[in-house]
Design a protein around this ligand. Structure first.
Ligand code: PHE
Length: 393
């Protein structure tokens, strides 16, 4: 299965047939799946729910590529207990209801062994309760909001969390950029953005800085002039924008037109090959925190980049790297638990993950099922995210 990642595609078209409400579907999930803990009959099926289309399409596409690369390698090396892994990906179109429906389908119909996803924290918070209720382990490669793993003992992540990321951005702004005054513009429709702006503000103030104003927008908004004009009036040294790339590109262009010339700073939500495309020259010189840098000479990273480029013809972004790591960590835990293990047995092994050498760094799962790892700061230079520094927990 899935021997050629390029041939593998998300399965489209089933969404419209599902007319059950999310709640009802979840109840059915409990009924159908409460006893299906053994995977011996069906082999190993790994589910992935992702934004393959929609507002944040590169998030899902990159993650899926990273997952497919790992699955292919694991299968080529003999799979787990001699069984190969089949990957089923459903497109949630960057939409909350679609995400819940996709996870319900993976868990109750496809009887997956584990679920990978989502990128956006808001969408992971849709899928996590369904996985938890059905006893199916879920690993989010890249959702950083703390609430995601708080859903329960079946929910894991292989990335750092936003209290750390907020601190990283604040520390960089204070110490490297010498910023005293920061303005904030965040996406109030996204759990990730709302959480990260709070964490940044807290850390920036603790480090002696002042927040001049906190402005909000909604994902997909087109005109940011009211918020940007208010921000300009407070004369900040930097503007912190913890949004997703599609909005950030537009915000940067409009900020420059309104003569806001100070550096813009953001979090991992900026990470996309589309950021430079949308933001153009306006985004150059700006900074964001991220999970890894493709410029890191570490052989583990460079080897991954070469393999990924060969398959997909592009440099992997951090979602691709985290998708790869999440898959490897799942298989590592499954090997220890055995291919016929229950969801709870796999979760128990996932919880024991220690010093796993991932592409995005050494991964140890802590008692809250989060990974504790350093972050990197990148600067956009001629449209290329360029390594600046690493900040450790
Ligand atoms: N951390 C973001 C969230 O939780 C998602 C994200 C991860 C975006 C990595 C880009 C890169 O919503």
């Amino acid at each position: 299965m899935a021997s050629d990642p390029l041939a593998a595609k998300a399965r489209p078209g089933w969404h419209s047939k599902i007319i059950l409400s999310t709640t009802l579907a979840t109840i059915f999930g409990l009924m159908w799946c409460g006893c299906s803990s053994s995977n011996s009959k069906s082999g190993i099926i790994l589910g992935h729910y992702a934004s393959m289309t929609g507002a944040q399409a590169t998030f899902g596409q990159s993650t899926d590529n990273g997952i497919r690369l790992a699955v292919d390698e694991i299968n080529a090396a003999g799979g787990v207990d001699g069984k190969s892994i089949e990957l089923i990906t459903y497109d949630d179109k960057s939409d909350a209801r679609e995400a819940a429906t996709a996870v319900t389908r993976l868990v109750t119909r496809d009887h997956v062994t584990a679920v990978l996803g989502e990128v956006a924290s808001k969408l992971s918070l849709e899928g996590a309760p369904i996985c938890q209720a059905n006893g199916v382990p879920m690993i989010t490669p890249s959702s950083t909001n703390p609430k995601v793993t708080e859903v329960g003992d079946m929910i894991f992540r292989v990335c750092f969390i936003d209290p750390f990321q907020g601190y990283v951005c604040a520390k960089f702004a204070r110490e490297n950029l010498k910023a005293e005054k920061a303005a904030i513009l965040y996406d109030q429709s996204q759990t990730y953005s709302a959480g990260l702006q709070e964490q940044f503000a807290k850390a920036f103030k603790e480090l002696g800085g002042t927040i001049t104003t906190t402005q909000a927008y909604q994902n997909g908004e087109q005109d940011f002039s009211a918020q940007l004009t208010a921000i300009r009036g407070t004369k900040p040294d930097i503007v912190f924008i913890p949004g997703y790339y599609n909005d950030v590109g537009n915000i940067a262009s409009q900020a420059r037109k309104l003569d806001i010339t100070v550096p813009l700073l953001g979090g991992d939500g900026w990470e996309s090959p589309k950021l430079a495309e949308i933001g153009g020259d306006a985004i150059n010189g700006c900074y964001y925190s991220n999970h890894y840098s493709p410029q890191d000479p570490n052989p583990k990273i460079q080897d991954f980049i070469q393999k990924y480029k060969k398959h997909f013809g592009a440099t992997p972004d951090s979602m691709a790297a985290l998708g790869y790591d999440a898959t490897e960590i799942f298989c590592d835990a499954l090997k220890r638990a055995g291919s016929t293990a229950t969801g709870a047995e796999i979760a128990a092994q996932l919880a024991k993950t220690k010093d796993f050498a991932g592409v995005t760094g050494s991964i140890t799962i802590d008692e809250h099922r989060n990974a504790v790892k350093p972050a990197v700061i990148l600067q956009m230079k001629d449209g290329v995210p360029t390594y600046v520094t690493t900040i450790k927990p």
